[in-house]
Design a protein around this ligand. Sequence first.
Ligand code: SF4
Length: 294
Amino acid sequence: MTATTLIDPAPQSAETRPKACLAGMTRAALAERLGDLGVPERQRRMRVSQLWGWTYVRGATDFELMTDIAKELRGELAAHFTLARPEIVTEQVSVDGTRKWLLRLADGKEVETVYIPEADRGTLCISSQVGCTLNCTFCHTGTQRLVRNLSTSEIVGQIMLARDRIGDWPGAVPSDPTGLPSGERKITNVVLMGMGEPLYNFDNVRDACAIVADGDGLSISRRRLTLSTSGIVPEIPRWGEEAGTMLAISLHAVRDELRDELVPINKKWPIAELLDACRAIPASRTRNASPSNM
Ligand code: SF4
């Protein structure tokens, strides 16, 4: 019998860690990573604000553009962080301007993001999981098994990519102007109504919503940020307390017999329980929804 020596993997230092996506890191996590890079504590808050502005207000994709940050630190940032977006597999633009992207993530998994422009607003529908554990009968994603939750960076990254493609950064030009709203901002609303059940990826979705709503960054207010759920009753009051976005229920039927068929999670948490959970959070944060692309 051959003896086997088990070797513990070396702990990852700042030098050996893979590059972290800057878009999607919370302010606290970013400050901590800057500390790992030797940025003095008294400077970290200012550096986080600078990076936040370059990332979310200007949409920078290159650290060299950040000219108010010393060249040496820019080099360190580029060595340890990335501003890369998800890779576009396909981009479809319909005659009314609706865009649908199939995006490839760093591990090769794919998700969809959809942008729906109207005259005075633009709504981006983003995904929260690769696949889904639920089996709603009307839904293509429901035929796929759950592969994994999306990270906070992957959730925020869908918005960054969409803003790139429709020219929604100051001074940017859209790659295709078809159907874009006339206002200054092209993405005014974000809905978590794409692939996956967002309440089953609670923490990452909550952190992503906090980043998206940050008034010094992407600045999409929580009233324009909507989580759509199939009805994960135990998580609904918690979402109201911790995230405070709008909430939409993917109802599809008002009787349990029919909803049991269309949205099978209804067998576990029927309509009466779902409505009780919704009543536990402020009424202004609930409305009915019928997802168009789920
Ligand atoms: S509708 Fe939403 S919750 Fe239901 S299977 Fe599709 S992705 Fe999952």
